[in-house]
Design a protein around this ligand. Structure first.
Ligand code: AMP
Length: 173
């Protein structure tokens, strides 16, 4: 069950960015120092004893708590970005969208072989983005120890696409 503390901090926006989508807006959560601190604690707790080397944040809302999580877990922080945004040599992983394709990139040497990686994003929806992030981290030589999310849309079953040992979402809808 969701901690009722967080209820006022997640805003539902109907038909954004497209008709039929109920967008979960975490702007109120980001605006509150008290709520940010509590969310960070909830995100970090399951991974505190896991010796995480790298927290990987998915562009762009995955950068927000991702960076704070890296601080909290005393880990490096690495960005997964949309194509063409990262400088130098990169590794790319394409993935399927409802209509068409997209891809994620990582700087080639950002992950050292055998690094234990925690992948972070704001929302787990269909799981396509997170699954691509897992493949990319593995291509780069990392071991995906776990994934975590501020919130998960349970009815979309995104978790089924992920076979990481630890998958943790603070809030479920
Ligand atoms: P997916 O690949 O379907 O799991 O989508 C994940 C990405 O889409 C996340 O990075 C979210 O930022 C965004 N997203 C998908 N659905 C929603 C939603 N209902 N509310 C907010 N963000 C969403």
């Amino acid at each position: 069950m969701n901690d009722p503390f967080f209820t006022p901090y997640i805003r539902d926006v109907k038909d954004f960015p497209q008709p039929g989508i109920l967008f979960k807006d975490m702007s109120p959560l980001l605006a509150s120092a008290k709520a940010r601190t509590k969310m960070l604690q909830e995100l970090a707790r399951p991974f505190e004893d896991k010796s995480i080397d790298v927290v990987v944040g998915i562009e762009s809302r995955g950068f927000l708590f991702g960076m704070m999580l890296a601080d909290q877990l005393n880990a490096r922080f690495v960005m997964l970005r949309k194509p063409g945004k990262l400088p130098g040599e990169t590794i790319c992983e394409p993935y399927q969208l409802e209509y068409g394709m997209d891809s994620l990139e990582i700087i080639e040497d950002a992950i050292v072989s055998g690094d234990k990686v925690l992948i972070h994003d704001d929302v787990l929806a269909t799981g396509g983005t997170a699954a691509a992030a897992c493949r990319l981290v593995e291509k780069a030589g990392g071991e995906v120890l776990g994934l975590n999310f501020v919130l998960e849309l349970d009815f979309l079953n995104g978790r089924k696409k992920l076979n990481a040992e630890h998958c943790h979402s603070v809030l479920h809808y």
